[in-house]
Design a protein around this ligand. Sequence first.
Ligand code: GUN
Ligand code: FE
Length: 420
Amino acid sequence: MTLRILKGHIVQTPSFGALDIAENAFLVTENGKTVGIFNALPDRFGDGEIVDCGDRLIMPSFADTHFHAPQYPMLGMGMDLPLLDWLNTYTFKTEYEFKDKDFAREVYKRLAAELIANGTTRVCVFSSLHREATIVLFEEFEKAGLTGYAGKVNMDRNSGELLTETTEESEKETLRWLDEVSDFRRIKPVLTPRFTPTCSDRLMAFLGRLAKERDLPVQSHLSENTSEIAWVRELHPDCSQYWESYAKFGLFNDKTMMAHCVYSDERERKALKDNGVWVSHCPDSNVNLISGTAPVRRMIDDGVKVTLGSDIAGGAQLEMYRVVTAAIRASKIKRIETDWNDAFLTVAEAFWLGTAAAAPFFGAKGGFAAGEPLHAIVVDDASLPPPARRLSVIERFERLPYLMTKDNIVAVYSDGKKVK
Ligand code: GUN
Ligand code: FE
């Protein structure tokens, strides 16, 4: 039994709108799992190892619920193109390079280190369609201390000459990949039909059956861009809305993470809610690819389970604290667009989106809940602009998403272990 006790200012947003602060308090963990937060340390923990964080902030680490690992090499590129042109001009060519396992290892090692350095410890990530490079992704992410889900991409149509697998190959490689990753402990497989335009009906039906048989999660894209939506309408004239092209194959339930949902109207939002589907809101990407402004606050108010994604490389920042500010800005633009009808996200609400909101998708409780493996960052803000007076902990917390960099993150705990 190992007792480790972090002492400092503990700041968390365990539920939407809540901001819990315990100054100079003790976060007690036993074998990497949170026991509780105490203002004074109870005697029974007296022989634990105390990690004194001084005047620093101890906060939950981030969850990035949607991004594309093989797009990391093209970060910040192709930003003058809308989605479908961007996919055909840059993205598919970049992902094609992951046929090379050694290149994949170099990129994924570096990406994993960057994620941890920036305080992301939970991920739901797309690989490319390459089985071997996907195994490398599992290896490097798990080695770095990341946890969550990663998926070999399935795409058997409309993805150019370079990056097409036949339906048979896609099915066979998926089954083989699932066999090969069965021993990973922290990174688990998620079925990943890229999006409806790149997946035949037969492939979708196969993945839907597989998800059901093996109780696997699913990730994909939904209602990101108007041209994409029009295309899906042509491909599936039987579906009155985009989500139905997933639902009809059993790919739309409470283990499904759908990225974007920029154009999800009331009916589609109801379908998301009624089916328990998770949404990964990707505000940086939605602006970069000129997709639109997602009704993020409306989705939350409607009871949809919303989380946050960097969507690199549609998003150009893997720093989730920056994606938190992008979500705030998107919500404020939506407020302007709706004649001040829709509410905007406060800092605490957006921080919740980037942390605790996603915890249940990963089978956990949000924040520093008792019994949960510790996912935390320790932030030293001493290098930030010095105000004339001493700031409150709330004020210090509120400027972090706007100002902090990875240099301010002095320690990261993932699944109970110190990984930075
Ligand atoms: N839709 C299908 N593929 C992609 C992708 O790689 N990025 C984004 N943002 N949307 C997609
Ligand atoms: Fe994406």
